[in-house]
Ligand binder design. Structure first.
Ligand SMILES: Cc1cc2nc3c(=O)[nH]c(=O)nc-3n(C[C@H](O)[C@H](O)[C@H](O)COP(=O)(O)OP(=O)(O)OC[C@H]3O[C@@H](n4cnc5c(N)ncnc54)[C@H](O)[C@@H]3O)c2cc1C
Length: 357
């Protein structure tokens, strides 16, 4: 019987596996992707939000990739690793021999989401947010809860869209820790950019959203029409596996520590030996190792390649004023070349998966 390799989630690494689908077929394996929709590239998401890029610039359809694989437009609800089966949203069950999860992350359920805040993930929501702001000609009062790099970039992008629409930016960024893990110089540059671009930074935690007000505690409030929650990411893992908020624990060969026939990569995984922040770059770099290990595991070969994530990486925030804020280790730089580099890197990544008509 043909052995079944099932990929769940069209994340960064699985897009590369699909691009290399022929390798699975050449090894006599069947390859299936289960994902409900399109791949949205988060690196371009704030460019879409600010109006600098069109939504199509950030979106890819995995089915457009040519190759010997099946795409099931479904969501996986749970995994039974003992029976080696998956349960899909419509109740169908599907067997696998080797399973790989690349299901990303989400904003954890909090009272802010229950009160109507828009989650920063899935990033497709940011394209919808742009349409709402455009329909209101940029006149809405906006706030972001969570002052990590994602929150800063979203606040700057919304302010940029408001300027583009001819409105005065009314954008507030709230959170007690500004860009944790980033060097001091980057934080200083971000504060200067926010002051210049019309983003007011409030170093307080948003405690509640009600009746058009964000509440910071101690009776401090601010009026708001839209609140975006960028309050940190937790792993998206189907039920039935022993995962924490950090993700499914995986060894250096990217297999789950609980079952060597299950692999996980990207934001849904937690690399036990080398924990890293939730960033797309790690899934991209680990993809070749995942692909080889999936093929080896499905063919019953013991050989497994090991992945050691880099300890320094390049991050570039789109400031929304034609410049980028770049960080590599302890170094930080802001300017037009940083944004040019970001657009080039993002375009190069996406181009690999675009099929010319
Ligand atoms: C606004 C914003 C900007 C960001 N910018 C950057 C950046 O510039 N650089 C960077 O490195 N990181 C950035 N990040 C972080 C980045 O979003 C994540 O690290 C990255 O998307 C994770 O990629 P992934 O491959 O793990 O999964 P994703 O690319 O998120 O893909 C997950 C896929 O799994 C599918 N899926 C989920 N659950 C299921 C299920 N149960 N069944 C089937 N399919 C499922 C989804 O539909 C989706 O297609 C940003 C995040 C945000 C919110």
């Amino acid at each position: 019987m043909t052995r079944q390799v099932v990929l769940v989630g069209a994340g960064h690494a699985h897009m590369e596996a699909l691009r290399q689908a022929r390798r699975f077929a050449n090894a006599g394996l069947s390859l299936t992707l289960i994902d409900p929709g399109a791949f949205w590239y988060s690196g371009a998401a704030t460019g879409v939000l600010s109006g600098a890029l069109e939504p199509d610039a950030a979106r890819l359809n995995p089915s457009d990739l040519e190759g010997p694989f099946e795409h099931m437009r479904q969501r996986v609800v749970s995994v039974d690793p003992h029976a080696r089966t998956l349960t899909l949203q419509d109740g169908e069950r599907r067997a696998y021999d080797v399973l790989s999860l690349n299901t990303g992350s989400r904003i954890p359920e909090t009272p802010l989401l229950a009160a109507g805040a828009i989650p920063a993930k899935p990033v497709s929501a940011l394209a919808g947010l742009r349409a709402t702001l455009e329909a209101n000609l940029g006149q809405l009062r906006l706030a972001v809860a969570g002052a990590g790099a994602t929150g800063v970039e979203i606040a700057l992008s919304m302010a940029s869209l408001q300027r583009r629409l001819g409105a005065r930016p009314q954008t507030l960024l709230a959170g007690p820790d500004l860009m944790p893990g980033w060097p001091d110089r980057a934080r200083r540059l971000a504060l200067e950019a926010m002051a210049r671009c019309g983003v007011e930074y409030v170093p307080l935690r948003v405690q509640d959203l009600s009746l058009g007000l964000v509440h910071f505690g101690q009776r401090k409030v601010a009026p708001v029409d839209i609140l975006v929650a960028a309050t940190g990411l937790s792993a998206n893992v189907p039920d039935g596996l022993d995962a924490s908020e950090a993700g499914l624990p995986v060894s250096a060969d990217l297999s789950w520590t609980g079952d060597a026939a299950v692999f996980a990569i990207g934001d849904c995984a937690c690399m036990v030996k080398h924990p890293r922040p939730k960033l797309g770059v790690f899934g991209v770099r680990a993809a070749p190792i995942l692909i080889q290990n999936l093929i080896n595991a499905a063919m019953g070969r013991p050989a497994r390649r090991q992945y050691t994530p880099q300890s320094r990486w390049l991050s570039i925030l789109d400031v929304g004023d034609g410049t980028g804020l770049a960080r590599y280790g302890d170094l930080a730089f802001q300017g037009k070349p940083a944004l040019t580099l970001k657009r080039w890197l993002d375009g190069r990544f996406l181009q690999r998966y675009r099929v010319e008509p």
